[in-house]
Design a protein around this ligand. Structure first.
Ligand code: BGC
Length: 411
């Protein structure tokens, strides 16, 4: 709990108490002042106790406030130097299959290679308080670098504050944490993700709008900064069509926790409100798109409505091959995990992280500029599903499981 200077000062004070220690005995004869001290032994002891108490208090403060010291205790290392114990906090499992099937194994591999030790893993299962408690547990277990995909990007600022007070750097993973004290951010260009979704609609809406122009927007969770950026990117492409009355926006809502079941309720509601007259469904990810497709199937409308998605999940790609979903956005999570591990390694080795972030920064709501790595997303439709196979993101075996032979010209 103390830095080097404090440790040294307190050691000297402790030695000072050893009145009859050899070193002090030798000094006694030479130093006349010592005689005075000997006569006033109780007073000196009191004074020494006072100084020791003050030193202890000062050292306690410096270990929790100023994080430039070399050792913050509980196995952790200030500013992550020498750190091997990495805590990874993921937000949900149900919102997208990516968290369990991609992020967790890819981060485990890449971080283990980077520091020679497997990270501690936690999943908040859609609960901000739980995530806060998991961060506390990770820190108590000595995590000295935290990788956090926040469930709630505002609430997770408290995690950054606590980590900072212990000299533990935080990398926001995939989703931004709104704190200027955040150390790093690794994600994709999330506005671009929305632009790709919007542009697909711009390029193809005419094939679906012969009987009407109604568009619903089923967005992700408003507590996830990404969901806001996806919608912003999509609207930058769609708004001109709405203004020109080529498209009519009849529904536009955020979906708490990206709850896939809630997306079904939303789509049922929108279809009922429009008497089934919906032509375009902008849906933020594949998990929710699958629910929207179920709602469309119940009304024999699947394949007739343009549905978007994201994550290039097996189910999403199958829906594309079957013609029920028109596009998804492929984000190479292996690159995201690798960039995170590169940062972890640079922090742990004490080398310059600028070599990883290359000057890129992301603004936080409270005015921060966080060094960032932002990877590029790719739009996928039935014409380029092969891209995802070629990248080994999904295997042909998984993709074709349950599909008829010859499906999509792939299976
Ligand atoms: C991620 C998406 C994911 C969504 C729901 C977003 O923050 O970027 O890939 O589909 O969360 O989990």
């Amino acid at each position: 709990m103390m830095n080097g200077t404090c440790e040294h000062s307190m050691l000297s004070m402790k030695l000072g108490f050893h009145w009859k220690g050899t070193k002090h005995k030798q000094l006694e004869g030479k130093d006349s002042a010592m005689k005075v001290f000997r006569q006033r032994k109780p007073l000196y002891a009191l004074f020494a106790m006072l100084v020791l108490t003050m030193l202890l208090a000062a050292c306690g403060n410096s270990s929790s406030g100023d994080n430039t010291g070399s050792n913050t205790g509980s196995g952790s290392t200030a500013n992550g130097k020498g750190c091997k114990n990495v805590g990874v906090l993921l937000p949900e499992t149900a919102s997208s299959e990516r968290w369990d099937s991609k992020d967790r194994p890819l981060l485990t591999d890449a971080i283990t290679k980077a520091v020679g030790q497997a990270p501690q893993f936690y999943n908040a299962e859609g609960d901000a308080t739980k995530q806060q408690n998991q961060a506390d547990t990770a820190l108590t277990k000595g995590a000295c670098i935290l990788v956090v995909a926040p469930f709630d990007g505002q609430a997770a600022a408290a995690i950054v504050a606590k980590a900072k007070s212990r000299g533990v750097p935080v990398i926001a993973y995939d989703r931004l944490i709104q704190s200027k004290d955040l150390n790093y951010y690794v994600s994709f260009d999330n506005v671009k993700v929305g632009e790709l979704q919007g542009q697909y609609i711009v390029d193809h809406y005419k094939d679906y709008t012969k009987s009407g122009t109604n568009m619903v927007m089923i967005n992700g969770a408003q507590t996830d900064n990404n969901a806001i950026l996806f919608r912003q990117g999509a609207l930058s492409k769609l708004q001109p069509l709405v203004e020109a009355k080529s498209l009519t926006k009849v529904y536009d809502q955020y979906t708490p926790a990206w709850d896939n079941d809630k997306a079904r309720t939303e789509m049922d509601g929108a279809l009922n409100a429009q008497n089934g007259n919906v032509q375009i469904a902008y849906v933020a990810n594949d998990g929710m798109a699958n629910s929207v497709i179920a709602a469309l199937k119940a009304k024999q409308l699947n394949g007739k409505v343009l549905v978007t998605g994201q994550d290039a999940t097996v189910a999403g790609l199958q829906n594309i091959i079957l013609g029920d979903q028109m596009m998804t956005v492929y984000k190479a999570i292996s690159k995201e995990a690798q960039a995170t591990a590169d940062l972890v390694k640079a922090i742990s080795d004490g080398t310059d992280t600028a070599g990883v972030t290359n000057g890129a920064t992301t603004k936080t709501a409270d005015g921060g500029a966080v060094p960032s790595v932002l990877e590029q997303p790719v739009a996928i439709d039935k014409t380029n599903v092969k891209t995802v196979l070629d990248d080994n993101y999904v295997t042909k075996g998984d993709l074709c499981k349950g599909l008829p032979a010859g499906a999509g010209g792939i299976c």
